[in-house]
Design a protein around this ligand. Structure first.
Ligand SMILES: [Zn+2]
Length: 218
């Protein structure tokens, strides 16, 4: 049985939703780097203050800070029963650091789940967001459409697509991910911890596939 699992996959693959639900079902910690950073900054601990220094300057928080934070988090009591790493690692360097961290803790990464989603489906998910110009309410053309096309249900304002959600920007994000992650998939394939699941279809079906890949949960 597997207690430490990483979910990998492109933006829009649905990792976060599955990680949240399965962490609850399995009684393990759900660890996503974004949340971890926000919590550390809010807690004001030394690493959080260090991270905030970079964020205040609009800079990316360097890998070594993230890794040290991850080390503290994995050593904490609420991670003792297991963890789902949501979208981490993203690079070979992070994967190596993670392996070292876990080894020092006497732990191993048991399974790496890769969420496979076709590019057209990712584009559909990631470019579908529409925002109201007047009140900021957000919609999604597929999963949460407004009653009348192009018009806000709340205030009658005009809906628009943010630049971040444009097809060109989304394609670029997906290419960056692909470039970083392809070598990572080989890395875990060689260590025979990689399992792929389809990230398309009903949420329950995807969840079943993950349960099966992990061996019916930790
Ligand atoms: Zn509105």
């Amino acid at each position: 049985m597997s207690a430490r699992v990483a979910f990998l996959g492109p933006p829009g693959a649905g990792k976060g939703t599955q990680a949240r639900d399965l962490a609850q079902e399995w009684g393990v910690l759900h660890l996503a780097t974004g949340d971890m950073l926000r919590e550390a900054v809010a807690a004001g601990n030394p690493l959080g203050r260090e991270a905030k220094g970079y964020m205040d300057k609009g800079a990316l928080v360097p890998d070594d800070v993230i890794i040290r934070m991850m080390g503290e988090r994995l050593a904490a009591r609420d991670a003792a029963g297991g963890v789902i790493l949501d979208g981490f690692p993203r690079t070979i360097a992070q994967a190596d650091s993670l392996a070292k961290l876990l080894k020092d803790l006497g732990q191993t990464l048991d399974t790496v789940i890769y969420f496979e989603v076709s590019e057209p489906e990712l584009l559909r998910r990631l470019t579908g967001r529409r925002v109201c110009r007047k009140c900021g309410h957000t919609y999604h053309l597929v999963s949460n459409p407004p009653k009348r096309a192009g018009i806000c249900d709340e205030c009658g304002g005009e809906l628009y697509q943010r630049d971040d959600d444009s097809e060109a920007t989304v394609r670029n994000r997906l290419q960056v991910y692909e470039r970083q992650t392809a070598p990572l998939l080989d890395y875990y394939r060689q260590r025979s911890s990689l399992k792929s699941v389809s990230g398309e279809g009903p949420l329950g079906t995807i969840r079943d596939a993950i349960r099966k890949a992990v061996g019916d949960g930790p």
